[in-house]
Design a protein around this ligand. Structure first.
Ligand SMILES: NC(=O)c1ccc[n+]([C@@H]2O[C@H](COP(=O)([O-])OP(=O)(O)OC[C@H]3O[C@@H](n4cnc5c(N)ncnc54)[C@H](OP(=O)(O)O)[C@@H]3O)[C@@H](O)[C@H]2O)c1
Length: 163
């Protein structure tokens, strides 16, 4: 099973200059991310791998897609998306970005985990599709008010492919 997990701002922005539009990970969102992915397999594109402040992501099997890297210490280098899809046949694989991987995985994902940050930031990269236009339905939604763990309101959503 393939699951996509990401955070976007109110305009759908997910990246800026190789990093996050909001500058650094938001603790409340990191908790949500860890809750889903700890102990699981995560797959990411080479640029997302290079953007991680600490890599590999601890306590997870890290798959990194790249045709150019010679090595990715602590992770498994994968040359083709097909290898990620093959892995997802026997376990849940969480695709954690970036935009190029989200776009490539659109036809294959069963579940989407979207964090919406209720604020607008300057971005140069956006999530590549609208879940409601691609046959997904939102099956759970939780709102977190601003506080110690996030300066902005957050909405955590679970979407599942219909049918
Ligand atoms: N907001 C969020 O939740 C979130 C999550 C993740 C990332 N991001 C942001 O997104 C940005 C990075 O995303 P991006 O779309 O630019 O890059 P990316 O998807 O992370 O990485 C792209 C690279 O992955 C490799 N790749 C992708 N598809 C492949 C395939 N089918 N086969 C082999 N290799 C493949 C290629 O690496 P080679 O060039 O080495 O071949 C490609 O250049 C950063 O700004 C990051 O901070 C945001």
């Amino acid at each position: 099973m393939l699951t996509l997990i990401w955070a976007e701002d109110a305009l759908g922005g997910i990246g800026s200059q190789g990093g996050l539009p909001w500058g650094r990970p938001i603790p409340a969102d990191m908790r949500w991310f860890r809750r889903w992915t700890l102990g699981k397999t995560v797959a990411m594109g080479r640029r997302t791998w290079e953007s991680l402040p600490v890599r590999p992501l601890a306590d997870r099997r890290n798959l990194v897609l790249s045709r150019s890297l010679a090595e990715a210490p602590g992770a498994e280098l994968v040359r083709k998306l097909q290898a990620v899809l093959a892995c997802a046949e026997s376990e849940e694989v969480f695709v954690i970005g970036g935009a190029s991987l989200f776009a490539a995985c659109k036809p294959h994902a069963s579940r989407l985990l979207r964090t919406r940050i209720e604020a607008e930031f300057a971005a140069d990269l956006w999530f590549p599709f609208a879940p409601e236009q691609e046959g997904y339905a939102c099956v759970a939604r939780e709102t977190a008010l601003p506080g110690e763990d996030s300066p902005w309101p957050l909405v955590f959503e679970v979407w599942e492919r219909r049918g």
